[in-house]
Design a protein around this ligand. Structure first.
Ligand SMILES: Cc1ncc(COP(=O)(O)O)c(C=O)c1O
Length: 421
């Protein structure tokens, strides 16, 4: 079932103003279960089986030559595999499903979110190029750009998330290749105006990348706002069970074909077992994210009204700086709520230790709730002063909500907050 099927229930992210230009889409739950599927599958299997295969045989030399000729013509109608680093049927099934969910022509899977981002940048940027990145990006993405790409002579300008004048001013004619951002960002859940970024970029003939990991295709569809590439750490919501690492890039067919070729060189393909787990996880993406959106909204409201809470960041709250942008382009506001408690770093740790349902762990997006104090997790090695420079205070908490009952999560927060003075 492709993304072009008639709209069945109106679910999914809100459409941008130019809705006539959009393909009609099935509902997001239908796409989560059936999107991109081939019917019938081999052996009439319903789930895509794991094809645990590294190499594929040719019937005879004529078969080999025929394959090689099609491959060298780049016509894409090969219909078989050659070698596991270039592709795999289980991996391809997930690629089709993600493409259907994102409303993309195609998608390509990688072994992690970082492999997706680094492969896309390495494959696309010539030495001497320039990219623009918004400030709140995942620290490893930032590290890759500021250190690894720098060694290749590629310069990165970081602009504050939400400062569109600075973003436009940072464009260097003929040199800037990409504007990249996350939306929502981590941990403050800043949302960039997708249509505005796409418009600025197009005016300057620059391409755009949105890491939509925190958004998910259930809540927002960046390609429909004119963004060129969408990336995900599929380790998070797409997989949804804290049991796999994977990454994906979705975009126009010719761009994905070039990136798939580059993946064959860079070697970052996801393995078939993880692709199977991801396909399985994706079937409940719509259900999981709907529950997480609803819980997160109620939890954010509960926290905002609680006397032991200093401040709450959740794009669904009118108090969030990007609430208006989020409302315009998202149908749900995601499953992560960040907040500061009234207390020191040590008191905040005591509150976290008193929580009974969530695990203390990095990551987000799975069925199990996770809680963390960014000062002691991602920013542990920094001094308090260095943390403050990037806006990380000791009393900041990131709560990545799972699919447990909302009332139980609120009751757990309520009892744990009592340990604070
Ligand atoms: C927004 C975002 N992008 C990319 C990544 C990297 O993904 P992975 O851990 O799958 O490599 C992460 C990981 O935390 C992330 O939060």
């Amino acid at each position: 079932m492709s993304a072009q099927t008639p709209d069945s229930n109106g679910a999914g992210a809100p459409t941008p103003t130019d809705s006539d230009a959009l393909p009609k889409r099935a509902g997001m739950n239908t796409l989560s279960v059936h999107g991109g599927d081939d019917r019938p599958r081999a052996h009439q299997a319903i789930p895509m089986p794991i094809i645990q295969t590294a190499t594929y045989a040719f019937a005879d030399t004529a078969d080999l030559i025929n394959f090689m000729q099609h491959k060298s013509w780049g016509d894409g109608i090969i219909g078989r595999e050659e070698y596991g680093r270039y592709g795999n049927p289980t991996v391809q099934a997930v690629e089709s499903k993600v493409a259907a969910l994102e409303g993309a022509e195609d998608a390509v899977m990688f072994s992690s979110g970082m492999a997706a981002i680094t492969s896309l940048l390495l494959a696309s940027l010539p030495s001497g190029a320039h990219i623009i990145m918004t400030g709140d990006c995942y620290r490893r993405t930032r590290q890759f750009c500021l250190t690894f790409l720098k060694r290749l002579g590629i310069e990165t300008t970081i602009v504050e998330t939400g400062d569109y004048a600075a973003l436009e001013a940072a464009v260097q004619p003929k040199r800037t290749r990409f504007i990249m951002s996350e939306s929502p960002t981590n941990p403050y859940l800043r949302c960039v105006d997708l249509a505005r970024i796409a418009e600025i970029a197009k005016r300057h003939r620059v391409q755009t990348i949105i890491d939509s990991t925190f958004g998910t295709p259930i809540n927002q569809l960046p390609l429909q706002y004119g963004i060129d590439y969408v990336t995900h750490s599929a380790t998070k919501y797409l997989g949804g069970h804290h049991d796999l690492l994977a990454g994906v890039v979705a975009a126009r067919k010719d761009r994905i074909a070039a990136l798939r070729d580059a993946r064959g060189v860079l070697g970052g393909i996801v393995d078939p077992q993880n692709a199977y787990l991801l396909e399985r996880g994706l079937k409940t993406l719509g259900l999981r994210v709907a529950q997480q959106n609803s819980s997160a909204m109620q939890i954010a409201q509960f926290l905002e009204g609680h006397p032991k809470i200093e401040r709450v960041w959740y794009p669904g709250l009118p108090s969030h700086p990007d609430h208006a942008v989020a409302k315009k382009q998202m149908s749900g506001f995601g499953g992560v709520v960040s907040f500061t408690v009234r207390g020191t770093l040590e008191e905040t740790s005591r509150f976290i230790d008193a929580m009974e349902i969530p695990y203390i762990a990095p990551s987000l997006g799975g069925v199990d709730s996770l809680i963390e104090q960014p000062a002691l997790m991602s920013f542990f090695e920094r001094t308090p002063e260095e943390r403050l420079e990037v806006g990380i205070t000791g009393n900041l908490v990131r709560f990545a909500i799972g699919v447990e009952d909302t009332d139980d999560l609120i009751a757990d927060l309520d009892q744990a907050l009592r340990v604070l003075p």
